[in-house]
Write a protein that binds this ligand. Sequence first.
Ligand SMILES: Cc1ncc(COP(=O)(O)O)c(C=O)c1O
Length: 430
Amino acid sequence: MKFFNSKRLFEDAQKVMVGGVNSPVRAFLSVGGTPLFIRSGQGSKIFDVDGNGYTDYCLSWGAMIYGHAHRNTALAVKRAMNYGTSFGTSTKPEVDIAQFITERIPSIELIRFVNSGTEATMSAIRLARGFTKKRFLVKFDGCYHGHFDDLLIQAGSGVANLKESSSLGITQNHIEETISLPYNDVGTLEETLKRLKDDIACVIVEPVAGNMGVIPASKEFLTALRELTHKYNIVLILDEIITGFRFHPGGVQKKYNIVPDITCLGKIIGGGFPVGAYGGRREIMQCLSPLGGVYQAGTFSGNPVVMRAGLATLKLLNEKFYESLNKRSLEFAQTLNEYFTSQDLPVYLEHYGSMMSLRFTKNGASNYREAKQASDGKLYAKLFHHLLENGIYFPPADLESFFISGMHTKKDLNTLSETIKTFFTERKSI
Ligand SMILES: Cc1ncc(COP(=O)(O)O)c(C=O)c1O
């Protein structure tokens, strides 16, 4: 495989963009080699500037649930663009998608659209603080909620690759106001919320964590979280930026039967365009300006092209779609795990529906500590390049999730399964 054009572009990019990228993990620091410059995508495939094709399992970090360049989404975007792209006023597409989402996620009584997941979580936290008049924020080790100062403490995703446990540039105030607890640990949660109830404004959680590999919250943990936050007048924020519309139109909250105070959405709801949203209980949302005193605004928020792209994508995601995607994903995971067990390999495919990650241990992980213990950056880098050489694109860092889209066929999945098996079989025989 030749990467001549990607290499040349990366050299040019480094002269004018920080590290040659606009988001750190794209630089391939964890896996080495030349970061790919992608020219196009269609369905489950992407193509780089050297003409190499790959089956894509990164899928814009989970956003492209129906693969790339779906006809309906492309058509909706073209139509919307003919009417003009931004007005800084309200538009009908915003109302259409807001109605669609609130009908499917009933805990969202009122919604506000923004331009990224980070904006959604950041604004939700400000809103929670404004509503409760309290200041502390509780999050969980290894969860990632975007690059807002309060949230870059013990975070997963790209932050996990920093030398420090948190980003530089975060002031002491932010560090003091953020409490990061172990995921899935009911005892520590209970003790902390009870002790600091008068100061904790909100708890934010990924109900199925995807930024320390996949770790589903236990039912017991989420139930306790709901009960305790309710009891202590703490706002519960479910970060469904990855999980929203990935397994079910009602989000993970429907599967777990949890009603949060605020839900954050992003990724899938933009149909491949920059987007975020947060919404929840009417009483809380009404504290937002223009109804209330918590300020949050945006020139491009609710952009009509984005809203049309999002709605066109969401309309493709009916029950049959999820049934088929979840079934294919389950079969794929079972096949690989049976193989790992039969070969006595210390590898495990963790998954929740079509959201997956590989652990280099015989069992899964239930928190960040275990996830780190079960990670092996060097081995993952070798696997990443083995897959790349075989025309498969995975996330370029260990401890990230990979995804299956509605456009991945059984054949795609069989090829992935066989390519992973070959990698581990060859290593075993060395
Ligand atoms: C769970 C979760 N929340 C928030 C974010 C931040 O979203 P964005 O990258 O759109 O700012 C991410 C990004 O990966 C995420 O995975």
